[in-house]
Write a protein that binds this ligand. Structure first.
Ligand code: NDP
Length: 247
């Protein structure tokens, strides 16, 4: 069975690298027009240039933590590609440290991007989805939002908050056929996790039932499913994509 998203417009935040890039490529491959949002527009443009197919693609610059940036970027996407049908809130980062030593700027920066960023994009995009009676919103949280983690109080709080936001949005928007779900990846091999020292990486891999790290493509497959007609009766859920790390 092939998933056909022809004619749909998808906006992927943080689509210039790692998981977001794989998601953008997968949605584009299924026929969607795709907008890739990141702070580094040149990098997003490189991803757009590498896409080959029939759909349209666009790179837009914005910091998701900045409301005005997001409003301007969504305006550009709507003008170039049309109203957004599929929103993937993927932009996120870590700034780790033990709680007692964590600075307020490090707390704020992670919450502002990972949680408020999703609020900023969704608030703008959902208005049009409601009017058009169709929408799919997929929030990329983390298993850390379910389990917590030493040294990641800010990140765990942001990702747990994103799960709460997902469920509240799902309840508010379901009657307008706007479905909202979250995906919680486990340990995925990207720039974000490449800094981990080899012994720590091995110890983590030993805890993963399937015995390997995830790839960005593993997460993108779940996004494609949730964006498709196959998931028409699924909302407010957290799909864990972690190779059996947390169960
Ligand atoms: P990467 O660091 O590889 O990529 C992050 C992407 O987000 C880049 O495109 C980056 O572009 C963009 N980005 C970061 N901050 C902002 C911002 N303020 N505004 C707009 N864009 C931003 O990360 P991953 O691909 O590994 O992670 C993607 C998502 O998946 C994150 O939300 C992360 O928390 C989550 N995740 C990752 C896991 C992993 O193991 N890798 C596990 C669980 C969840 P630019 O810098 O140009 O803005």
């Amino acid at each position: 069975m092939t998933i056909d998203l022809a004619g749909k417009v998808a906006l992927v935040t943080g689509g210039s690298r790692g998981i977001g890039r794989a998601i953008a490529e997968r949605l584009y491959g299924a026929g969607a027009h795709v907008a890739i949002l990141a702070r580094d527009q040149a990098r997003a443009q490189e991803v757009v240039a590498a896409l080959t197919g029939h759909g349209q693609a666009l790179a837009v610059r914005a910091d998701v933590a900045v409301t005005q940036d997001v409003e301007a970027a969504v305006g550009q996407v709507e003008q170039a590609l049309g109203p957004v049908d599929i929103l993937v809130n993927n932009a996120g980062f870590t700034r780790d440290g033990l709680l007692v030593r964590m600075s307020e700027p490090d707390w704020d920066a992670v919450l502002d991007t990972n949680l408020k960023g999703a609020f900023n994009t969704t608030r703008v995009v959902a208005r049009t989805m409601i009017k058009r009676r169709w929408g799919r919103i997929i929030n990329i949280t983390s298993v850390i939002g379910l389990t917590g983690n030493r040294g990641q109080a800010n990140y765990a709080a942001s990702k747990a908050g994103l799960i709460g936001l997902t469920k509240a949005m799902a309840r508010e928007l379901a009657s307008r056929n706007v479905l909202v779900n979250a995906i919680a990846p486990g340990f995925i091999d990207t720039d974000l996790t490449r800094g981990l020292a080899e012994p720590a990486r091995k110890a983590l891999t030993d805890q993963i039932a399937v015995g390997r790290l995830g790839t960005p493509g593993d997460v993108a497959g779940a996004v494609l499913f949730l964006a498709s007609d196959l998931a028409d009766y699924i909302t407010g859920q957290v799909v864990v994509v972690d190779g059996g790390l947390v169960m």
